[in-house]
Each structure stands twice: as C-alpha cells, then as structure tokens.
Design a protein around this ligand. Structure first.
Ligand SMILES: Nc1ncnc2c1ncn2[C@@H]1O[C@H](COP(=O)(O)OP(=O)(O)OP(=O)(O)O)[C@@H](O)[C@H]1O
Length: 359
C-alpha cells in the first residue's frame, strides 16, 4: 500500500466513522484532510469548522484510526490533543492534530534458553520486545504492577537474569518465593522473612540495607564532585511485593523505609543506583509519591482498565489501546530522552530455563 492509498483509506475510515461528531462535515466537503508524515499522520481541519477541535475529537480519531491501522501501525496514545503548527500562510489550515505511530505492533520475544541469552546480551541493555530495549544507563527506577497471576514474578526473574552481568543486586523478597529461589541458584543473597522474627524486624533489616545503599550513593556523589565522568558499577535494589512491606509495620519503621526509598529514588540517577519495585498494587500507601515521580519504566501486566492503571498511569485513558491477550501482557511506558512519549501494548518475554522454570 503506498502513501496515497493509505491516506485514502484513512480518510474513508474517518469520513464514515466520525460522521455524527462532525455534524455531517467530511473530507468531501473539504472540512478536513489527512496527511501521512514520517512517523505518523496529521489530521488537518479546515477552519472555521462547525465541530470543535478538542481532546474528545482527538481521542475519537485515535480510536478509529488505531483500529483501522492495526496491525500495520500502532498509534501511540497521548494523554491530550497533540497540536502541531503547519508551514503555510493560509490561516485556515495552519494547524493539525498529530498522531504519532510506530510501525507494526508490539511483538513478544521468545527466548529458548534464558541463561545463554543473558550471557551473550550486552550488559545493562535489556531487550523487552522485538525492537525495544531498555538501557539501564538511561533509566533509574522501574515498577512492575499487576494482580496475582498476571506474570509479575515471571517478568521479575527475567529482569534479574538480564541485570546480573552488569549490576550488583540487593534483593528483598517478602514472600520468600521465586526471587529467593533464583538468588539461591545464582549464589546471590536475598533478604526474606525468617520464621522467628516479626514483620517490623524484617522491615528494619531492609532499612539497614537501604541505609547502606544510601551511604554508597553519598560516597559516589563525593567522587562525582571531583570526577564528574566517573563510571560506577550499577547497583539495583529489587523489592518484590512492595505492598506487603507497608502493612502491619510499626509507623516509625515504615516512615524510615519510605524516606530511604525516596532518597534513593531521587539521588540514584547520577550514581547508578536503581530501584526495581514490584507489587500487586501501587498507591500512595505502598509507595511514596516522590518515588512514583522518579519512575521511568512503568510496567502494568494483567487487567488493564482505568482503575488498575490509575497510580502508574494517572493521565492515561487506556480506551482504544489494543492490549494483546495471553500471559504477561499489559502496558509499558519508558520515559527517557530516547523514546518519544509513548505508552505501548506490552508482551513480556517468554523464556525457558535449561534447569527448569522456577515456578
Ligand atoms: N511472558 C510470559 N510467557 C509465558 N508465560 C508467562 C509469561 N508471563 C507469565 N507467565 C506464566 O503465568 C503464570 C503466572 O505468572 P506469575 O507467577 O509471574 O504471576 P504473578 O503476577 O507473580 O502472581 P503472584 O502475585 O500470585 O505471584 C506463571 O505460570 C508464568 O509462567
């Protein structure tokens, strides 16, 4: 399909479906036009119009076009109307609504042997889907959310395996479950609850470890002060089931825990200390808002609806995003300088382990 045919197809789709909303105006009455550009398309209204050019119209066009373009292109959902100026002197058509896209749809990675894959993978570059990699040099903190059975632990194990070659790991496993098993296999210590100790005791132990990570950050800041280009070995602090740590714990201990997390999230960027947080649910009781604001990789697996995503994606209405079905699917957003503002349908990698799966 060439550009002209694609433009025609989009125009037809919009003419037919927008009808009611546009008070009968169509491209045939010269009310709007469509233009394909490098990484998306433009909807160019001819003003004045009898319809209102607002967020409602933008999201309606998104819905129609995203379905019409699937699976050739995936429109990148924006939280509000994306206006762009056009280079023309004609005031009637000097603006457009821009709909950025990526070519194709999200595709899952299938990895026959995870350990082998991790051993040949470039350290700190974590492939997530076909054509999409997270560079740990460009992001600081990662959150994975999803209800029980949605694939969080499975995805976490993938991250652990991929991080191992390029980062030190400090792992907290409140459920004493698959991260602990993984740690035992790899000879990496994992902090987990002990039978004869209280919950507050457990969180205190975590606090001590976070405190020493914070000390590392401060030492590194001093080094950076004298030598701004100094390269540090990465340290990733991994906490599974974060929600379990904020419930039923002495307030002073919880406050320290939150304060340490916030400081690490804020200052870890320059000093290469990351947080990788996993929880069934994130909200302001589970995670300090200042940590939320520092997150730059957001992963939500399982059920996707306005309610389930409201903490990680507060500005996003997921309507119209085609979420694939199956295990380990959901939404992904990477916020760094390289990726444009985008929330993408996610399929987490499927992998196999020679020694058998952990669950
Ligand atoms: N990308 C994937 N490919 C293949 N199987 C997957 C994928 N993601 C998850 N699964 C499978 O889905 C099942 C549930 O995943 P997992 O145990 O990670 O869920 P969970 O969210 O951690 O649940 P819980 O909170 O109860 O521990 C597992 O059997 C896992 O093997």
């Amino acid at each position: 399909m060439n550009t002209q045919e694609l433009t025609q197809y989009l125009l037809q789709s919009l003419n037919m479906s927008l009808g009611g909303m546009m008070q009968g105006e169509t491209s045939y009455t010269n009310s709007f036009d469509v233009k394909i550009v490098k990484m998306g398309f433009l909807f160019i209204p001819r003003l004045p119009t009898s319809y209102i050019i607002d967020n409602d119209l933008y999201q309606k066009i998104f819905l129609i076009a995203n379905a019409a373009l699937y699976p050739r292109f995936t429109l990148l959902k924006q939280s509000s109307a994306y206006f762009v100026p056009l280079k023309t002197d004609d005031i009637h058509v000097q603006r457009a609504l821009y709909f950025p896209w990526k070519i194709g749809i999200s595709e899952r990675l299938v990895i026959p042997d995870l350990n082998e894959f991790a051993s040949v993978n470039e350290p700190l570059k974590i492939p997530i889907m076909k054509g999409l990699t997270i560079d740990m040099n460009k992001v600081t903190s990662i959150a994975i959310a999803g209800q029980s059975g949605s694939g969080k632990s499975y995805t976490l194990t993938y991250f652990l395996a991929m991080l191992l070659s390029g980062s030190d790991l400090l792992i907290v496993d409140p459920k004493f479950d698959s991260p602990s098993r993984w740690g035992a296999q790899k000879g990496i210590p994992v902090i987990h609850p002990q039978q004869n100790r209280s919950k507050s005791d457990f969180v205190s132990e975590i606090n001590e470890n976070l405190s020493s990570a914070l000390k590392t950050i401060q030492d590194r800041q001093q080094i950076l002060f004298n030598e701004p280009m100094h390269q540090f070995r990465h340290l990733t602090i991994v906490i599974d089931e974060l929600m379990a740590l904020s419930e039923g714990v002495n307030k002073a201990i919880k406050d320290s825990f939150f304060s340490l997390l916030s400081q690490i999230a804020l200052m870890g960027r320059a000093t290469k200390v990351h947080l990788l947080l996993v929880s069934q649910r994130f909200d302001h009781l589970t995670m300090p808002v200042s940590v939320r604001e520092q997150l730059n990789v957001l992963i939500q697996v399982g059920n996707i609806n306005r309610k389930s995503i409201q903490f990680l994606f507060p500005d996003l209405d997921p309507e119209g995003i085609v979420i694939p079905t199956g295990k380990g699917t959901g939404l992904l957003q990477i916020i760094d300088n390289e990726h444009p503002y985008q929330v993408l349908p996610l399929l987490t990698p499927t992998y196999y382990l020679k020694e058998g799966n952990l669950k």
